[in-house]
Design a protein around this ligand. Structure first.
Ligand code: UDP
Ligand code: GLC
Length: 379
């Protein structure tokens, strides 16, 4: 099958990393077209997935966009669509992986007479999106998409609650190659030495730096944990959240935690880093649509403490494959971390169960089969 995948981002966020795995089996016949250049292009090229950058200008639709901003972005969208239509005619279907890709993909699909698939990576609610963007996404999906793939039940439910057609939407979780998360012990020891954390109890946090990912909640909780407990924060501000980064550094200084928090920036060695941690926390303050980092930590055989909302509740079974805590509840998070620190023997079984369950439920081969079956039905 020849697929034209569309994604608005040049940066490797979770939706893009998910797309990379979905596109791999189709790489001999398909193309990923991006609306911006960046590190994601390099990752695709490393995996030998054909990629084309359509513009060097990022389309400026913001979450809170109004009609005027909408019209301004139309002047950016039209040249994109003009470029895309002759390309689209060489492919069997258009696969929009982000919201702006849905807008561009809808018009391209309509004008090139190719079916449209929308992979929904978001919880479509007003916490995350403006009303205008919500209505636009739902209207376009209902009217033009032949299939909507939701990354979790939580995303599916929000889509339907916002007016999305229930008959269009199917849940397919992100898939992972569990072997990538099995790291030899010598590498783990070496990484610990390099990071100077060999004798510490280490909490890992692996999200991009953004207010709703809640790194500030972890820092506040850390201040209430025993002094041997330290944290590594892995990830960068991918979408311009530089003020938040400053705030986090200031919070660390104000709480006197300079020696207990390391900011490692964006890294490509996530499995190694996760495996060096004792536990991994996820602290999103708004419901996480899926939460790749949660599954990745489970695959590394780590106990995850995750915020109890959205997709995280489908990934972690409290007390069996990890812990769920009330979002933004600093005391509860600090208490759960401290219990893990004081009784490490109690979390071994949980971590083992997490690895087994995650490798069964999120195996990339079976996830790709599910996608392939859904796409074949559209032909
Ligand atoms: N990630 C990464 N390097 C980093 C931080 C994160 O490669 O420094 C990856 C992480 O392993 C995960 C993805 O980025 O696969 C983030 O996806 P997730 O679904 O957790 O959150 P998103 O950022 O998409 O909302
Ligand atoms: C989005 C969501 C994240 C999800 C990822 C992959 O980036 O924010 O929760 O894991 O897509 O579906």
């Amino acid at each position: 099958m020849k697929i034209l995948f569309l994604d608005q981002s040049g940066k490797p966020g979770g939706a893009e990393l998910c797309l990379l795995d979905i596109a791999k089996p189709y790489r001999h016949t398909s193309l990923i077209a991006l609306f911006a250049d960046g590190d994601f292009r390099n990752l695709l090229q490393k995996s030998h997935i054909p990629v084309q950058i359509l513009t060097n200008q990022t389309i400026k639709t913001r979450k809170q966009s109004n009609l005027i901003q909408g019209l301004t972005s139309l002047t950016q969208i039209i040249p994109l669509i003009t470029k895309l239509i002759p390309i689209a005619k060489k492919y069997d279907l258009i696969y929009a992986n982000t919201q702006k890709a849905l807008v561009v993909g809808t018009l391209t699909s309509f004008l090139s007479q190719r079916p449209l698939v929308y992979h929904l990576h978001d919880i479509l609610c007003t916490t995350h999106f403006s009303k205008t963007n919500l209505t636009l996404a739902i209207t376009l999906a209902n009217r033009f998409a032949s299939l909507v793939i939701a990354n979790s039940q939580a995303s599916q439910t929000a889509f339907i609650q916002a007016g999305g057609n229930p008959n269009l939407v199917q849940v397919v979780y992100n898939g992972f190659n569990s072997q990538k998360y099995q790291i030899p012990d010598n590498i783990v020891q070496q990484t610990k030495q390099e990071l100077d954390i060999a004798d510490k109890f280490v909490i890992g946090h692996f999200s991009r730096l953004a207010p709703w990912k809640g790194q500030h909640i972890l820092i506040a909780a850390l201040a209430k944990c025993p002094p041997q407990v330290t944290a590594i924060l892995v990830g960068d501000a991918l979408f311009g959240e530089h003020d938040y980064v400053q705030q986090l550094h200031q919070q660390v200084r104000e709480l006197g935690l300079e020696h207990r928090v390391k900011f490692l920036g964006f890294r490509h060695d996530i499995p190694q880093l996760m495996t060096t941690c004792d536990i991994v926390t996820h602290t999103s303050t708004s419901p996480e649509p899926f939460g790749r980092v949660i599954v990745e930590a489970m695959l590394c055989g780590k106990t995850v403490i995750a915020a109890q909302a959205g997709g995280a509740m489908e990934l972690v079974e409290h007390g069996k494959t990890g812990f769920l805590v009330t979002p933004e509840n600093i005391e509860e998070l600090a208490h759960t971390i401290t219990q893990c620190y004081k009784h490490p023997e109690n979390i071994i079984a949980i971590a083992n169960q997490a690895r087994t369950t995650a490798s069964q439920r999120f195996d990339i081969k079976s996830i790709n089969q599910q996608i392939s079956q859904l796409l074949c039905q559209l032909k």
